[in-house]
Design a binder for this molecule. Structure first.
Ligand code: CAA
Length: 269
């Protein structure tokens, strides 16, 4: 998702530093950006020169110090509180004191991430949806200490990126995943119980509810490890058994069948 965020920011005219822990992830990200922009070139919505200019605005690096001049950093690391907390601690050290530290987390507490920094008023959730260049929404999440100024600046930035910012408070799963993930989990439970085939479950939701993808295909698209991590956050956060992750979801994650990114999930790719 980091690559998608870098792409929309560069397309909106911003100079972007895309930082990751290893060069191979950066190369993969740049390939995805190139492919995504090429779709628009092929459809005559973007010239080859414009595409080149967008790519040139993205600098890749493994050095976290390279973001020291940024007015905002959008973190999109693995969905794990420990990892994200470490990233926020580091960002707090290396960035300018007035920089906003935003997280693209799908469910981790913004309040907790803010609390590991010396600027919790400047920590906010900026939750993009996949595929980032296509999806209109940015869910903007306010932590307990997020200031109105930080919220206003983040909102304005989301609009400049061509997105629709919609606000919510910090609560497990926010709105997007509190509503989406139990539906996906329920579809997995239905498959587990043998109520219907994967094709039938997805077809019913696509043709009957006009969802662009069925819930099982969508789970594969999001990543089954991410789906499980979000269900665990809902389960722990609310302490309500209705959020219990389906055993089949756990089994697939244990097997390393994480969806599209590993070539196998509920479908084969
Ligand atoms: N980059 C740029 N454009 C892309 C793209 C990409 N990676 N992927 C698709 N597109 C564009 C295509 O060019 C096409 O554009 P036009 O119609 O303007 O020509 C359009 O999107 C539709 O693409 P396709 O015809 O190839 O395929 P599709 O009609 O099956 O749509 C989809 C693909 C947009 C992914 C659609 O299936 C969809 O909306 N799926 C649901 C996605 C969703 O729910 N995302 C949220 C997931 S949850 C999340 O991200 C957050 C979380 O916390 C878990």
């Amino acid at each position: 998702m980091g690559a998608g965020i870098a792409q929309v920011a560069a397309r909106a005219g911003y100079e972007v530093v895309m930082r990751d822990v290893a060069q191979e992830f950066l190369s993969r990200g740049m390939t995805a950006i190139d492919k995504s922009l090429q779709r628009d070139v092929d459809k005559d919505r973007l010239s080859t020169d414009e595409k080149g200019a967008i790519l040139a605005r993205i600098r890749t690096t493994t050095d976290v110090g390279a973001v020291s001049d940024a007015f905002i950093v959008v973190e999109a690391a693995t969905e794990d509180l420990k990892i994200k907390s470490e990233v926020f601690r580091t960002l707090d050290e290396v960035t300018q004191p007035d920089a906003i530290l935003a997280s693209n987390t799908s469910s981790i507490s913004i309040t907790k991430l803010g609390a590991v920094t010396r600027r919790p008023d400047k920590v906010i959730g900026m939750h993009f949806m996949n595929p980032v260049p296509v999806m209109k929404l940015v869910e903007v999440i306010r932590g307990a200490a997020t200031s109105d100024e930080t919220y206003g600046r983040t909102r304005t930035l989301a609009e400049k990126l061509g997105k629709m910012p919609l606000e919510c408070q910090d609560s497990p799963g926010f709105i997007s995943n509190r509503v989406l993930m139990p539906m996906i989990n329920e579809a997995i439970c239905a498959l587990y119980e043998g109520v219907a085939t994967r094709e039938s479950i997805d077809g019913i939701m696509r043709l009957g509810m006009n969802h662009p993808m069925g819930p099982l295909a969508l789970a594969d698209f999001i990543g089954l490890d991410v789906c499980l991590a979000i269900m665990n956050v809902l389960h722990d956060g609310f302490g309500d058994s209705k959020y219990r992750p389906c055993p089949l979801l756990k089994r697939y994650v244990d097997a390393g069948w994480l969806g599209k990114k590993t070539g196998r999930g509920f479908y084969e790719y």
